[in-house]
Structure formats: C-alpha cells, structure tokens
Design a binder for this molecule. Sequence first.
Ligand code: PEP
Ligand code: MG
Length: 608
Amino acid sequence: MTLDRIIADGRIVGMPASPGIVIGPVHLLIWEVPDVPLVEVSDEAIPAEVERFQKAVEKAKQRLSQVKARAERHAGPEEAAIFDVQISILSDAELIQKVEGLIHQNIAAEKAFDLVMIEWRTHFARHAQPMIRERVSDLTDIHIRVLTILLGLPDHDPVDVPKGANAILVTHDLTPSLTVQLDREAIAGIATDAGTRTSHVAILARSLGLPAVVGLRDATTRLHAGDQVVLDGSSGMLIPRPSANLIEAYTDRALREAADEVELQHLVGAEPVTLDGVRVTLRANVDLPEDAEFAAHSGAEGVGLMRTEFLVVGRATMPDEEEQYRAYKKVVAAFDNHPIVIRTFDMGGDKLPVGGYPTEANPFLGWRAIRMCLDEPVLFKVQLRALLRAAMHGDVRIMLPLIVTVDEVRQAKKLLLEAAAELDARGVEYRHDLPLGVMVETPAAAVAADTLAREVAFFSIGTNDLVQYTLAVDRGNANLASRFTPLHPAVLRLIHRIVEVGRHHDLEVSVCGEMASQPLMAFALIGLGVRQLSVAARSVPLVKRIVRGVSARVATDAADAALNMQTAREAETLLRSRLLSAFGDAPFLRDGLPDFVDGNTFEGHSGP
Ligand code: PEP
Ligand code: MG
C-alpha cells in the first residue's frame, strides 16, 4: 500500500465503511476552528468593533435557534437541547465582558474572541468535573460558529441541508453526535477523511443504512461544495465529476447490488445451519432503538449487542430512568421472546456524551465504559434500574463493556443489587434473575477469562477493541488501517482461548465485533468454535449465507491451520482457499479485509 492512495484518474480511495452507491452533490462540512490573523484596531474604531462583535453573537444565537428547531424536528427535543446550552454560553456576561475587554485593548473582535475561547476551552478541558470537561465540545462549536460569522466565511452548518438534496456529506471526521443529528431525508451518503471501518461513525452509518466511505485522507481539500460525485460504499471510494458512461455503469451496479439484496432476503426465514448440521445462532447488533424493528425483520434471533451509549451521544443531558426504560422496552418488544443483550454505557473513547471531542490524552485507554459507570454510581444505577424494569417484558441480559478485572464485575453486581433495592423501595416491578455477562475485549480479559468465568453468565467477544488493544493499533486511525488485522495469530489465539474457557465452564460465547459481520472472518470464527454471532442487522442474511454454505468440520480444519500461520496475510490466504469450493473467489469474501502493508496489496474490487 502506498501512502498516497489517490488513483491517477481522480478517484479518491478510502475504506469501505457502509455498502451502497450514491450519486449526488457534495455537502462539504468544514467544522474546524479557522486561523485568525492578529489585527489591531485604532482607539476610534473600538466602539464599532464592539458593536460588530455583539452583532455576530446575536447572529450566532439566531442561527442556533434555527438549527435547534431543525434538530428538534428530525432528532427529537433531547438531542436538540445541546443548542440551548450553546445559546446560554453565548449569553454569558463574563464571556462577553472578557472579549469586549480585549477589544478595548485594541485587539480586533475575531482575535479577541479567539483568545478568550482558547483560554476557556483549555480551562474546561482540564477541569476535575467530567460534566464540565464535556462542555468543551460546545465551546468548540461556538468558537467555530462565531468566528465563521466574524471572518465572513461560508456557513456550512452540519445539520442544515434541505430535504431531498440526496447530498453526500464530505467532512474531515464526523462525531457520533453529528451523525445522530443528520437528516436522512437530506443526506444520502457520508465520506470522511479520517476513520476506519471499526470507528463508531462507520458502525453508526451501517446501522442507519447510509452508504459511507472513510479514511479518504484529503477528500475535503480535493472536493468543492456542489461537486457531483459517485460514492461507492462497497469498494470504498469517491469518484468526482463522473462521466455519463460511468454514471450509467454505476447505476447498473446499483441495480445488481439491489438484486443480490433481494436474493439474500430469501434467506431471512432460513435456518442458520452448516452443511454438516451445526446450528449457529445469529443475532443483530442494534445501535439505536429505532433500528430494532428492522433488525427483527433481518432474520436475527434476538439482539446480541445493543449499544446504549447512542442514547446519550449528541445530548446535553443523560436520559432518565423512564426514557431509558422506554428505549429498552421498545427493543424487547420488537423481538418475540428472543434474548436481548443490552450493554451498559460504553461512553468515552470515540463516544462522548456531547460532541465527541476527546479531552484525554489517550481516550481509548482512559476513563471509559465500565470505569466511568463504576465511578459514577448514581448515573449507572439509573441505567440498571431501567434494565431491570425492561426485563419484565422479555429475555433481557445485561452485558458489561471493557472488563479488565473480576473486581469490576463484582462492583457492578453490587450496584445491580442496590438498583433492585431502590426499585423495591419504590414498589416498582422488575425482574430479579437477569443473566449478567461481560464483553471480552481486552487482552487481560481474554488471557484471564477463567477468572471471570465463575462470576458471569456469558462472554461476548468485542473484536473491534480486542484487536485494537492486542495489536496496539488505534481502531479509528486511517493511517493504521492496514495494521488492523483480526486474523493476526495473537487475536486468533485469544479468541480460541476464550472459546475453550467458555466450553470448560459451560458458558455461551458469542462474537459481536465487526469481525463477525465479515464473511471470511465469520468462517474463521465458526472454525474456532464460536456458535453465536451478533452482526449488523444488514449483514444477518449475508452471514447466514456463509453459515449455510460451509461445513463446520471444514471450518474447524481451516481455523486450526490458521492458528498456526505466522501472519494475518497467510491466514487470510489459507481461509480463502478453503472457501473456494463453496463460494468461488466471490468479491464479498473480501469485505472488511485490510490491504496489507507488505506491498502485496490485493486488487480491490474497484469500479463498477
Ligand atoms: C467491540 O469492541 O468489538 C464492540 C463490539 O464494541 P464497540 O465497537 O462498541 O466498542
Ligand atoms: Mg468495544
């Protein structure tokens, strides 16, 4: 792989993040703090400069009110509340006084505002209170918004695209909070310079069914607003200013993809059984409660992972017990008595309550997931109470993320008992016997899985994080995508170990990371002895096709051989050769595999 992945004919090549083809205009979103030149103003010009600043603040507030109304319409009042927070910050007397004070020292309005915002953001980012730290993203939004007005820059508001625009949102990096605000009737596809297949933006895009390409590196500088482009979410590329022939060829391919989708739909009611009769349970990952209906119609036998943090990202306040209870109940109601595994909040990393701008030096090694929940028991117990109540309506199971030690499980169990006692005290009905399981997504949990086994009801392997932490490769860093190799022998051996421990202790072991959605890797997982896979709802029929097309014995032989390979590349070649007789060299088998760094890049299935 060369670092410059731009193909000479103008295609901009990134990574496939969510399949599908969109042909439409670019909506360029440059949501970054602009550079501000230092300009001095004369004494006489000071009053006019103060007035210019005040007008800009008023304009920003008006704009925020419009944006809020829009967000309220398509995302709901809770999501829209972040704009109230921003309006109130802009009305803060201390902020206004500070900026005006600097203008009185002959500093032009934009620089004065810039300096105060830099100071405030730094101060907030270092604050001991997490809730204050989280306000940094609001300050950043305000910083950008007011400077855009003062500097007369084009206004690219993230949520301000007209309905029916069929636009392709092109931006450097999209935070989950922006993603949940997107109007799906306006934005038809997403393209980002940053990110990888396992970054949460990609996961959410798949969940929303929005075609997406990530890791494009410099699409934002190569494209202009309004440019016509083809977004090819399956091959992972953008083609600017396509010719009539190319549009025709892509329209053809979109039709073929749609026909394959229809064919896959025939598998929805089929049993996920291998050729030699081994039953594999396929469940769906649900990221937003609204997706549950769709997931239930994909043929999934329940939910193997509900990511609850998407109830929180992009909001100014945490959802209360009642709101969470309704959200969980909605997911339970969509499935007929199938298990619904709901994961407690996995906030932090690249999923932050508001905005998504990390305020820690190493957010993925930081105050994340179970760590945050155990340190904020009041917040955590609200969720636990909602889960206990939702379990009245179906087979709810609780799953703890990012577990490293047995103590974390014990502390969580203690809080679960307290949450139950609180419901008792209120006389509210709930279910007592909820199975509690853990995600195995750190090397510590995998290697010491036996220590956890005695404390939990099930394991679910989160390969997105397990690969990240085992290989020390940031899952969201586009520059490292070729090094994010789930077929690395270390990862395969850890998965193998977790399955063995599960078998020994008679515990269910499932895989809910992206690896399970990728056909070649699903084959490897079956071979490693995994009998439960939880995949993006849209991938359920595709993975079922794999299950039904292979024999477990062949998969086991292949996995045994893969475990002894020296490199991920060798393991991939071996697994592919074993699948040849079942599927030929079908392009879908390449889905999700990285280009390797050794120069032997395989030919992507590029173009229509
Ligand atoms: C994982 O880490 O594999 C996982 C399923 O959780 P998330 O992607 O939300 O971190
Ligand atoms: Mg994870």
